[in-house]
Design a protein around this ligand. Structure first.
Ligand SMILES: [Zn+2]
Ligand SMILES: [Zn+2]
Length: 295
C-alpha cells in the first residue's frame, strides 16, 4: 500500500499561487483498490504529472466544502466512471459536500453522484467500503459538518485530520492510528482559527501515539521551514514525523510504519528535478528515486 502526495499545500493562498501543489493524496493498493482523498485544484493534472492514472481510482473522498479539498472531485469522478458511462466506485464525504448544508456545498452535482455509491458521513459514523471501514472524525473548522477520516484496513489504521483546530475531543477520535496525517497550516505556535500549527500537532501526536506522523496541507508560512518543523515535531513528540512533499510516495510497512520507504515520484514536467526539495536525514535514509518502471 502506498500513500502518494499530489499536493502538500493548503489554504487558499497555496491553492491560488500553486507555490505548493494542492492535489490531495492517494491511497493506492489498499486491499487492491485506489482512493483519492481531498482532490483540490490541480488534482487531475498532478495525477498525470506524477505518472498515475486517474481512471484506476475506486473512490473519491472529500472532507469538507472548501475548494482546496473538493475542486477536482467531479472530474476525478468522471475519470473513475469512464466519463460517466459506467457505475463504479464510492463518493465519501461530509454531508455538506454531498447534500449541502446552509451556504456550504453541495460540492458534487447530482449528475456526478449518479454512477457511484454515495456515502455521506456524520461525525463518528463508521461505514464499510470495499475491504475497509471508514470512520468520520470530528473537526473544528469553517464548514460545520466537515470531517476527517480514519481508514481501517484489517486493523491497520490511517488517520487524516483534515482541516481542524486542536480541541480536546480530537485525540480520542484518532486513537489507534498507526499513521497520522495532519493538516498543519503553520509552523511553531502560529495557530490560526480552524487550523493546527506544529505545536498543536505535537499535542495531538503525544495523545494519539501513532507509529508515524505526516505533516501535509502546509500554508505559505511553512514553505521554507517544514523540514526543520518536522524534525522538531519528531523530537518533541517522540514520534517519527515527516513533512510530506509534492510527489512523495510512502510505501507503507504495515509491521513497522516508521520504517516505511519513501519514494520520489518522477515529475514528468520536470524530469531532471524529480525531488523538488532537500530531504531530511530520515527521508534521505529511506528515500529511493523511482524508475519509470515503477510507474
Ligand atoms: Zn484546506
Ligand atoms: Zn478548509
Amino acid at each position: 500500500m502506498k500513500i502518494i502526495f499530489l499536493g502538500t499545500g493548503g489554504g487558499r493562498f497555496s491553492a491560488i499561487s500553486q507555490r505548493k501543489m494542492t492535489g490531495g493524496f492517494r491511497l493506492d493498493n489498499l486491499g487492491g483498490k485506489n482512493y483519492h482523498v481531498d482532490p483540490g485544484p490541480g488534482a487531475l493534472v498532478r495525477t498525470y504529472q506524477f505518472g498515475l492514472d486517474p481512471r484506476n481510482i475506486n473512490g473519491v473522498f472529500v472532507s469538507h466544502s472548501h475548494t482546496d479539498h473538493y475542486n477536482d472531485a467531479e472530474i476525478l469522478i468522471e475519470a473513475m466512471t469512464k466519463g460517466m458511462t459506467e457505475s463504479k466506485g464510492y463518493i465519501v464525504g461530509a454531508k455538506s459536500v454531498i447534500d449541502g448544508y446552509k451556504h456550504w456545498g453541495p460540492c458534487i452535482s447530482k449528475y456526478h453522484k449518479s454512477k457511484s455509491k454515495i456515502m455521506p458521513l456524520n461525525v463518528n459514523e463508521s461505514r464499510k467500503m470495499d475491504a475497509c471501514t471508514i470512520k468520520a472524525t470530528p473537526t473544528r473548522h469553517g464548514d460545520p459538518l466537515g470531517i476527517g477520516f480514519q481508514i481501517d484496513y484489517k486493523g491497520f489504521k490511517i488517520s487524516y485530520t483534515s482541516d481542524t483546530s486542536y480541541f480536546t475531543r480530537l485525540p480520542e477520535a484518532h486513537k489507534g492510528a498507526h499513521i497520522l496525517i495532519g493538516s498543519v497550516l503553520r509552523p511553531g505556535a502560529k495557530s490560526i482559527k480552524g487550523h493546527m500549527c506544529s505545536n498543536t500537532f505535537i499535542e495531538l501526536i503525544r495523545e494519539v501515539k501513532p507509529k508515524l506522523a505526516i505533516i501535509t496541507h502546509m500554508g505559505l508560512k511553512m514553505t521554507n521551514n517544514h523540514i526543520h518543523e518536522a524534525k522538531r515535531v519528531s523530537k518533541e513528540s517522540g514520534v517519527k514525523t515527516l513533512a510530506a512533499f509534492d510527489g512523495m510516495s510512502l510505501n507503507v510497512n504495515f509491521r513497522n510504519p516508521d520504517r516505511s520507504r519513501i519514494y520520489t515520484l518522477k515529475d514528468v514536467n520536470n524530469p531532471s528535478h524529480s525531488s523538488i526539495r532537500k530531504l531530511s536525514n530520515f527521508e534521505r535514509k529511506h528515500t529511493h528515486n523511482l524508475s519509470s518502471k515503477y510507474r
